[in-house]
Design a protein around this ligand. Sequence first.
Ligand code: RB5
Length: 146
Amino acid sequence: MKIAMGNDHSAVELKNEIKAYLEGKGYEVVNFGTDSLESCDYPVYGEKVGRAVVAGEADLGILICGTGVGISLAANKVKGVRACVCSEPYSAKLSRMHNNTNVLAFGARVVGSELAKMIVDEWLGAEFEGGRHQRRVDMMMEIENR
Ligand code: RB5
């Protein structure tokens, strides 16, 4: 499985840690940056990762900024993206099972690296349940066409 990762200046260290963690588990990670600690604009990276996922260049995306909020909002502006910001594993897991999220975000200033790994593990380990959830996801995505 290929995972696209993106982040702003606040999350370079956590991105590198999560990237190494995922690679250690056998995932292929495509790094969309930034790798610089210089202040930058999170929408750039949210959009890059969102577009990579929707284009099928990556199966899923993981985004990190200070809070995870801005970068997930930016990704959600890309048609076809369902990004959510999660600070704990339960929502991350359910976001896959019920909402079929294709992008996960969290905040480097909110969660520590061990909690971040747990969030990522639960998210990647969960499967979309389909059924009534598919109808709701379809309804949600229909909003993009109106
Ligand atoms: C950058 O200072 C900060 O605003 C950004 O990382 C993020 O938290 C925005 O949502």
